[in-house]
Design a protein around this ligand. Structure first.
Ligand SMILES: Cc1ncc(C[n+]2csc(CCOP(=O)(O)OP(=O)(O)O)c2C)c(N)n1
Ligand code: SF4
Length: 360
């Protein structure tokens, strides 16, 4: 299986839309050398190239934090919007509604999402806004020098030795509770697992949550931190080995019956989940919540595709939007005629109009 080919002239390999990997680069990173966020940037570049995403059809969205700076470092030819701290989901919702022809990549931090932006996160997920939502999770506020965020584990310490006493928010468990159809956890140091998860997320039609443990080497890489590189490597509990086969490639590898579970995506792509130990059913939400609870109690991070339901209806379908992106419609298509507006007004006056959902 190969997503790429070498052009006849012997230049660098190109993907199915004729672009080289370098076409997916962004500007040079200004993050600390060794920061997990840089590894995730590399994973996004490689996964987007292999998937053949067209950069001009991608919108990158983020909030505030070291993690939220990273969209500048990948896919330099895409659209982008850096929102206010924790408010990326509102911006993403607006972009998704205005232009359903774009692939949305949201990048956020655990402070940005689980602390200041938790309400925004919850409503984006329950609405099933089509966005690949990556949380670069280091358990601290990196940009503001290492205070605990709401995903810090109980007992995990700051550099100064002070221990966190508050219950962590598990974004994967929360997302499953809120009806999310694609929930995965990975580790910035495991590119072999991260890339296929990213590619599968690109082909998921609704919200895809990817909680990626991403050690902050400057403020949280000491012995007492539960999200240091050493701690995550030691306590990583992968559910399966993952391979992603995009819709434009054939599945050419045969596996022993019973050793692999196949998950079909609506666009014809496939995720192959190779069993590592006990069988795990990622389509069972209750089993997913149980595995998250059990592994947390054991002091481990479960990684892999935790829950998937590709059939959930994305927000753009639920709203009944037309197929053409709203941005491409002419004023005459967007503005209802006077008689249509009069009809709506009359329906309200007569009390026969369908009640609208709550705002906010
Ligand atoms: C309204 C508001 N409050 C606080 C801040 C200060 N601030 C900037 S980044 C940040 C934390 C970012 O942490 P996180 O999202 O975990 O990202 P990381 O830097 O760890 O990648 C804070 C509190 C801000 N910019 N705006
Ligand atoms: S402070 Fe931490 S999160 Fe921010 S760039 Fe440095 S290592 Fe990364």
């Amino acid at each position: 299986m190969s997503a790429t080919s070498t052009p006849p002239a012997g230049g660098p390999p190109v993907n199915r839309v004729g672009l080289t990997r370098a076409d997916y680069d962004g500007s040079k990173t200004t993050l600390c050398p060794g920061c997990g966020h840089n590894a995730i940037t590399g994973g996004i570049i490689q996964a987007a190239w292999e998937a053949g995403l067209e950069p001009h059809r991608v919108a990158k969205l983020s909030g505030i934090g070291c993690s939220s700076k990273t969209p500048a470092y990948f896919l330099g030819h895409s659209h982008g919007f850096n929102a206010v701290h924790g408010r990326m989901p509102s911006i993403a919702t607006g972009v998704a509604v205005a232009n359903r022809g774009l692939t949305l990549i949201g990048v956020s931090g655990d402070g940005d999402t689980a602390s200041i932006g938790i309400g925004q996160f919850a409503h984006l997920v329950r609405r099933n806004v089509p966005v690949v939502y990556i949380v670069e999770n280091n358990g601290v506020y990196g940009l503001t020098k290492g205070q605990f965020s709401a995903t810090a584990d109980i007992g995990s310490t700051r550099k100064s030795g002070e221990a966190n006493r508050l219950m962590p928010i598990d974004l994967c468990a929360l997302a499953i509770e809120l009806g999310c159809g694609f929930v995965a956890r990975s580790f910035s140091g495991d590119q072999k697992q991260l890339r296929p998860l990213l590619q599968a997320a690109f082909s998921h039609p609704g919200t895809a949550i990817l909680d990626v443990i991403s050690p902050c080497v400057t403020f949280a890489d000491h012995e007492g931190s539960s999200k240091s590189y050493a701690a995550v490597k030691e306590h990583d509990a992968p559910l399966h080995d993952i391979e992603f086969v995009p819709y434009f490639e054939d599945i050419t590898v045969d596996y022993e019956p019973g050793t692999t579970r196949e998950v079909g995506m609506p666009d014809g792509s496939h995720l192959l989940l190779k069993k590592l130990g006990a069988d795990y059913d990622p389509t069972d939400a209750r089993a997913a919540i149980t595995v998250l609870h059990d592994t947390r109690q054991e002091g481990k991070f479960v990684t892999g595709l935790i829950y998937v339901n590709p059939a959930v209806e994305p927000f753009t379908e639920e709203l009944g939007l037309v197929e053409a992106p709203l941005v491409s419609l002419a004023q005459s298509d967007l503005r209802p005629s006077k008689s249509v507006l009069d009809g709506i007004m009359n329906a309200y006056l007569e009390g026969s109009a369908a009640s609208a959902g709550g705002g906010g």
